[in-house]
Design a protein around this ligand. Structure first.
Ligand code: SAM
Ligand code: SF4
Length: 329
């Protein structure tokens, strides 16, 4: 399909992730620097109208899926309005949230036709969870995950696996999916500005499977053409588990994702150094489409042109990117 969303390598980008805010009610260590984090001013954020205008433009050019993210999307004051407005488009609408506020949004999700919710949770141990998130909300998040499943949403639980921190818990997360239809997703730890990443702290896809092998008998499931997660299922379990192996086995060849930051900048890759100011152009009354086209054409074949093929050779100090919290994961 020829479109402004098709890049030099023939990849058609029909999946847009929109960040609603860089603000958050948690402070996850792997997502944001502990100090010197400066947050966006309110006037620099896309308003609900501007966000709707830009989303509509992408949908007209072929976007079929929009995921809302952040920061924490549900702390944005206009979150309910934005979700409802995007619910009008002929797309699959999804959200990634830390789960703290989810119980207040069940009706909004249902009414907008949102069926799939990704919730981030990195430890089922209260003390460790508090250490990672620098806040104390574990019970609430677990309750909200179970509530979503009860209400019939498709629930994916995202766990960032960090060596020496929480990797010993992968089996407990899988065990949680025995009775509940939860889709547990283990994410390899990725480098962003000021997040303490080093190659030695990555637990790879292979190592995660090794940690599970003694405890579970599992089968490989069939993955979709653009899936970033490789999925498995333990025999007889209601749920599944999967690994997102961005570091050890990147999936750039089939990438169909682009990102719009909360301040209206388009990023053609999670790891791109460059970004294009769509909101500025919109506010000046300039044409946005040519900027979208240029940004898509500038996309590198792999990993934003910044990370090494072998992640052991990536020097986090040399990467030029935002913190994850202000990109929108
Ligand atoms: N606040 C929401 C949440 O936590 O789900 C949405 C934003 S958060 C930035 C989106 C996803 O990025 C979460 O699943 C989080 O675990 C993941 N993430 C953040 N930093 C990461 C890192 N350094 N490596 C891997 N995943 C990361
Ligand atoms: Fe907030 Fe999500 Fe980042 Fe944690 S991972 S600090 S919840 S944006």
């Amino acid at each position: 399909m020829s479109s402004i969303l098709t890049d030099r390598f023939g990849r058609f980008h029909d999946y847009l992730r929109i960040s609603l805010t860089d603000a958050c009610n948690l402070r996850c260590q792997y997502c944001m620097p502990e100090e010197d984090m400066s947050f966006m001013t309110r006037s620099s954020l896309m308003t609900a109208d501007e966000l709707d205008t830009l989303a509509g433009l992408f949908v007209r050019h072929g976007v079929r899926k929009i995921r809302l993210t952040g920061g924490e999307p549900l702390v944005r004051k206009e979150a309910a309005e934005i979700i409802s407005r995007l619910g009008r488009y002929p797309i699959e609408l999804a959200i990634t949230t830390n789960g703290v506020l989810v119980d207040r949004f069940l009706d909004v999700f249902k009414d907008a036709g949102l069926k799939s919710v990704n919730i981030s949770l990195d430890s089922l141990n209260a003390a460790l969870n508090q250490k990672i998130t620098r806040r104390d909300h574990l019970d609430l998040v677990v309750r909200n995950i179970e509530l979503l499943a009860e209400f019939g949403f498709r629930v994916k639980v995202n766990m960032v696996v960090m060596k020496g921190v929480n990797e010993f818990e992968v089996g407990d997360f899988v065990a949680w999916s025995k009775e509940l239809p939860l889709h547990i997703r283990f994410i390899e730890y990725m480098p962003f500005d000021g997040n303490g990443w080093s190659a030695a702290r990555v637990t790879t896809h292979e190592q995660i499977l090794e940690l599970l092998t003694d405890r579970f008998e599992y089968n490989k499931l069939k993955d979709g053409p653009n899936d970033t997660a490789r999925a498995y299922q333990v025999k007889g379990y209601a749920g599944t588990f999967a690994v997102i192996s961005t570091m050890s086995q990147p999936f750039c060849e089939t990438c169909n994702r682009i990102r719009l930051t909360a301040d209206g900048k388009l990023k053609n890759c999670l790891f791109s150094q460059g970004e294009t100011d769509l909101l500025g152009a919109l506010r000046r009354g300039e044409e946005v489409e040519p900027l979208v086209k240029q940004t898509i054409q500038a996309k590198y074949a792999r990993l934003g042109g910044q990370l090494s093929e072998d992640y052991h050779e990536t020097d986090p100090a040399l990467l030029k990117n935002r913190a994850m919290i202000s990109i929108g994961g």
